[in-house]
Ligand binder design. Sequence first.
Ligand SMILES: [Zn+2]
Length: 326
Amino acid sequence: MSTQVGSAIGKPGLIVRGEIRVGRMADASPINLPVLIATGRKKGPTVWLQACVHGEEYGGAAAIINFMQNVDVNELSGTIIAVPVANPPSFNFRSRVSYIDGQNLNRLFPGSMGGSYSFQLAAVLRTEIGKADYIIDLHSGGIGAEVPFYVIYKDDGSEVVQRSKELAKQVGCSTIWRAKERDGLGATVTAEALRLGVPAVTIECGGGTFTDQNLQDYLTSIDGFMKAVGILPGPAPRQKEYTIVSDGTFIHNREGGMFVPACKVGTIVSKGQLLGRMINMFGETTEEIRSPHDNAFIAALRCNYYPTHAGEIVGEAVPIETHEAA
Ligand SMILES: [Zn+2]
């Protein structure tokens, strides 16, 4: 049976396109998610590939567009459902949250058709992702922050977690964030996927400036994931050793101003080490931002001199839990 998502109906040997209807704006213009379905000639699993759950993280959309333009559908065993922009009202305004209701889509799954717009979008997405066997979700630091290339899998203690972890080891990067409930990530799309029994990983890469290296890293991760699940032929990349990080802290500033980083993303810092400073418009340091953890991976930092209100996220520090061999 062919895969149908929104108005797109998959056909073996073809990439078809369509739209997923979510709702309408006040002026009745439609809110639709663009969707592509690439169907191989051979049978295999179905992967849901998406980006821009946070609309400002446009690098993921660029990577999906690039991947789908270059994939050879005749090589595929199975189906790829690609959604470059999962949150158009947030994408249109280059915003992490939706300008319609101010909500962060990735914190309110499973959503509800009886809730505000973002809850309705989450409910629509939840129905569609249930059609897939695997999910890969692309994120970045957004416009005002940078992240290094790493992968997240959600560990809720369920049986599918092992499969998610196995896939996380095959996307071409050596740092893996094992996200637990207390990381505050219990209502993300990947957490919801696990509740639906679907193994899922989140790729993090780049941010404010989308570089050629960022595109390459995203493409490496998509290609590796497709190989790991058997949709693309050939072996997926494996690293000699993996660094598993967990129990991360989102670091919020107290003082508004401009953020001046004091270290680089992806580095390992000790407790109390300076991560950056807030400066006011007179150039004075109004706050020093320090690592709350020892032996911690810096998973995100605000961009250089980025204007920042009090209480925004200026960084993420995630302690190293263990090292694992391949
Ligand atoms: Zn994101």
